[in-house]
Design a protein around this ligand. Structure first.
Ligand code: AQP
Length: 330
C-alpha cells in the first residue's frame, strides 16, 4: 500500500479555494486506497511573524477544517507538526546537506523575500524547504499531494533523499509529487495570471468567509471583453480559471461545461458557479463549527495522531542519526 504525506500551514482565518482544489481535495481522495499522514505545519508558519495566541487558534481552526472537508482520523493519521519533534530534528541534518546556492534558487523564497525588507526575511524562510523535506522523508512517503507551487520544493526533497542515500546508504524512500493537472494552480479571481494566495490576497475565496461574500467575488471575477465561454488559459485566463473551478467542484469535465454554456454569457456561468460554491461551503462551515465546539474530541484526535506519527517518525530519525554518525544514547 502506497504511503502519502502532506502538510498545510495554519493560515489565519481559513484555507482558501486554491488550497482546497490544489491539495486538500486530493488528500481526502487518497485516504481511500493509501496510507495517509496529514499535518498542520505550525513550524513552517513561524517563518513569518505570528501572534502566539492567534497561531494556536489558527492551528485548531485548521484541524477543524481538515476534518470538515473529509479527512477521517480513523483512516488517516492527522497531527500537528510541532507535536512530533522529529521533524525539526531531521530538518537540521538536511540543512547541513543543502548548499546555500541550492536553497537560494527556490523561487518561493525569492518571491517571498522580495516582498519584504531584508531585515524581516528570516533564516527560517530560507530553510523552509529542508523542513518540508524532513516532513516527507520521516514517513517514507511514496507520494506528496501538493499544488504546482510546491513542485520545486519536492524536487529538492528528492535530491536530498538521494544525496543522503548515496552518502550513507539507503535510508529514505525517494518520493514523488502528486499534482493533478486540472487543479495544479488555481488563479486569483481579480488577477487571473497570478496564483490564488494568502500572501497577496485580492480575489481569494476563503472557505470560512460568508458564502454570500464568496458568491459576490465569483460574480465580479475578472474575465475578458469577449463573450464566448471557451477553455483557453493563455488568451482567456479568467474564464478558464472559472471553468477549472466549476469543473472541480461539480465533477463535470470542462468540455461538458463548455458545451452546456454554448451561446450563454459570462453572467450565466458566474451565477451558476457562485451557487455551486455556496452549496459546497455551507455544510463545510457547519461541520467546522461542530468540531470547534467539541474541544475534547479534537484534542483526542490530535493526541492519537501524534502518537501514530511518532511510531513512524521516531525509528526513521533514529536510523538517519545513526547513519550520520551520531553516537547512540546509552
Ligand atoms: N492557488 C493555488 N492553486 C493550487 N494549489 C495551491 N496551494 C496553495 N495555493 C494554491 C496548495 O495548497 C497547499 C497548502 O499550502 P500551504 O499551506 O503550503 O500554503 P501556501 O502555499 O503558503 O499557501 P498560499 O496561499 O499559496 O500562500 P503563499 O502565497 O504565502 O505561499 C500546498 O500544497 C499548495 O501547493
Amino acid at each position: 500500500i502506497r504511503r502519502v504525506l502532506s502538510g498545510i500551514q495554519p493560515t489565519a482565518g481559513s484555507f482558501h479555494l486554491g488550497n482546497y482544489l490544489g491539495a486538500l481535495r486530493q488528500w481526502v481522495r487518497m485516504q481511500d486506497d493509501r496510507e495517509a499522514f496529514y499535518c498542520v505545519v505550525d513550524l513552517h508558519a513561524i517563518t513569518v511573524e505570528q501572534d502566539p495566541k492567534q497561531l494556536r487558534e489558527n492551528t485548531r481552526v485548521s484541524v477543524a477544517q481538515l476534518l470538515a472537508l473529509g479527512i477521517d482520523p480513523e483512516r488517516s493519521t492527522l497531527f500537528v507538526q510541532s507535536h512530533v519533534p522529529e521533524h525539526a530534528q531531521l530538518a537540521w541534518v538536511l540543512q547541513c546537506m543543502t548548499g546555500m546556492g541550492e536553497a537560494g534558487r527556490m523561487t518561493q523564497f525569492k518571491d517571498k523575500a522580495a516582498r519584504q525588507a531584508a531585515d524581516h526575511v528570516s533564516v527560517g524562510l530560507y530553510t523552509y524547504p529542508m523542513l518540508m523535506a524532513a516532513d516527507v522523508l520521516l514517513y517514507q512517503a511514496d507520494e506528496v499531494p501538493v499544488g504546482e507551487d510546491q513542485r520545486q520544493h519536492l524536487e529538492l526533497t528528492r535530491d536530498l533523499a538521494q544525496r543522503f542515500n548515496s552518502r550513507y546508504g539507503k535510508t529514505f524512500r525517494v518520493p514523488e509529487a502528486y499534482i493533478p493537472k486540472e487543479t495544479a494552480k488555481i488563479y486569483d479571481l481579480q488577477d487571473p495570471t497570478s496564483k490564488m494566495s494568502k500572501s497577496v490576497p485580492s480575489g481569494v475565496i476563503e472557505l470560512l468567509e460568508d458564502p454570500k461574500r464568496s458568491a459576490k467575488k465569483i460574480r465580479s471575477a475578472v474575465t475578458d471583453t469577449g463573450r464566448e465561454i471557451v477553455y483557453d488559459p493563455e488568451h482567456k485566463a479568467g474564464v478558464s480559471n472559472l471553468l477549472s473551478i466549476y469543473s472541480a467542484l461539480s465533477g463535470k469535465p470542462v468540455e461538458t461545461l463548455v458545451a452546456e454554456y454554448d451561446g450563454k454569457g459570462y453572467g450565466d456561468l458566474k451565477g451558476d458557479l457562485a451557487q455551486v460554491l455556496v452549496d459546497f461551503v455551507t455544510p463545510v462551515q457547519e461541520r467546522v463549527r461542530g468540531y470547534l465546539d467539541d474541544k475534547a474530541e479534537l484534542d483526542k484526535i490530535l493526541r492519537r495522531g501524534a502518537e501514530r506519527a511518532r511510531e513512524v517518525a521516531a525509528p526513521t530519525l533514529a536510523k538517519a542519526y545513526a547513519k550520520v554518525g551520531f553516537m547512540p544514547p546509552a
